[in-house]
Design a protein around this ligand. Structure first.
Ligand code: IPD
Ligand code: CA
Ligand code: CA
Ligand code: CA
Length: 269
C-alpha cells in the first residue's frame, strides 16, 4: 500500500474508534490549564496510530500531541530535530477534543508525514461526516476521492473566515483582539473547534481563510500541505513561510492572504 493509502486507512480506523466511544463516559483530565482537556480516547487514538505506523514503517520517527514531552520545554527542541529526520509522522489523535467531550460533531484525526522538514503527505479525517481530505506533495488535494481547490474569492468581503480560541489565555486574547480588525470586513466568521477541520475547509473552498495563534505542528501540518496542494497559501502571521516550528498561522486561498496579514500585523505576536 502507498504511503497516502496507509495514512488514510489508519486515520479512518482511528476515527471509527473515536466515534464509537462518543458519550460513553470516558475520563477527562486537564493538561496545561482547565481549558486544555484530554480524554482516554485521545490517548488510545494516538496509541493506535503510532502502533499501526510502526508496523508498516518501523524506522520512521513519530511526534504526537499526547506524548509526555509535547507540552514541556522540550517540544521546540523536538520540532527542530524533526526538521532533520528523514521521515517523521506528525499526529493529532483528536483535533477538537472540546467538541468531542461536548458531543459536538466536528473533531478530526490529523496525520502528516515530513521528510527532512518538508511535508510530503497529509490526511485529515472527520469521522462524524465521514469526510476525508488528503494530499501528497506535487499530486494535488482531494476530498473523498474528488480533487479540491481553494475558493476563488478575492476579498475578505466575499469570504467566510475562521479562527479558534486557544486554551492558552494570552493566545486567546490575541485572537479576540485580532477579531476586532477582521470580523467587520468578512462576509462572516466561523469557529468550528478543530484547527485541522478549518484548514481542510480552506483547501476545499468552504472557507476563504483561517488564522489562529499558539497552535502546534500536530494541529496544522496535514492541513498546510492540503491547502498548498489545493492552490492556497500558508504562512505564519508575519508572512514568513510555514515550518514545523510555526505556531501562529494563516492559511488562505492565496488571494486574500496579504489583506489578512495586514489586518493581523498590529497584534504583533
Ligand atoms: C485544539 C483545536 C482548537 C484550537 C485549539 C487547539 P485539540 O486542538 O484545534 O480548534 O482552537 O487551539 O489546541 O486540543 O482539540 O487537539
Ligand atoms: Ca489537546
Ligand atoms: Ca489539536
Ligand atoms: Ca488533540
Amino acid at each position: 500500500m502507498s504511503v497516502i493509502e496507509t495514512a488514510k486507512a489508519i486515520a479512518r480506523e482511528a476515527g471509527a474508534m473515536i466515534k464509537s466511544h462518543m458519550g460513553t463516559g470516558f475520563i477527562t483530565e486537564t493538561k496545561s490549564s482547565s481549558f486544555d482537556v484530554v480524554t482516554e480516547i485521545d490517548k488510545a487514538s494516538e496509541q493506535l496510530i503510532r502502533q499501526r505506523l510502526a508496523e508498516v514503517y518501523p524506522d520512521h520517527a513519530f511526534l504526537g500531541e499526547e506524548e509526555s514531552f509535547a507540552h514541556s520545554g522540550e517540544l521546540q527542541e523536538r520540532l527542530e530535530l524533526a526538521k532533520s529526520e528523514p521521515f517523521v509522522w506528525i499526529v493529532d489523535p483528536i483535533d477538537g477534543t472540546n467538541n468531542y467531550v461536548q458531543g459536538i460533531p466536528g473533531f478530526t484525526v490529523s496525520i502528516a508525514l515530513a521528510c527532512h522538514g518538508e511535508l510530503i503527505a497529509g490526511v485529515i479525517y472527520d469521522p462524524c461526516r465521514d469526510d476525508i481530505f488528503w494530499a501528497e506533495k506535487g499530486k494535488g488535494a482531494f476530498q473523498n476521492g474528488e480533487p479540491i481547490h481553494v475558493s476563488p474569492a478575492d476579498s475578505l468581503g466575499q469570504s467566510v473566515v475562521s479562527t479558534g480560541f486557544p486554551s492558552n489565555t494570552k493566545m486567546r486574547q490575541a485572537v479576540i483582539d485580532s477579531l476586532e480588525g477582521i470580523a467587520p470586513q468578512c462576509r462572516s466568521i466561523r469557529s468550528l473547534g478543530s484547527a485541522a477541520l478549518h484548514l481542510a475547509y480552506v483547501a476545499s473552498g468552504r472557507l476563504g481563510a483561517f488564522w489562529e495563534y499558539g497552535l502546534n505542528a500536530w494541529d496544522i501540518a496535514a492541513g498546510v500541505l492540503i491547502i498548498e496542494e489545493a492552490g492556497g497559501k500558508v504562512s505564519d502571521t508575519l508572512g514568513s513561510p510555514y515550518s514545523l516550528t510555526v505556531k501562529h498561522v494563516i492559511g488562505s486561498n492565496g488571494r486574500i492572504h496579504n489583506t489578512l496579514l495586514e489586518t493581523l500585523k498590529p497584534i504583533g505576536i
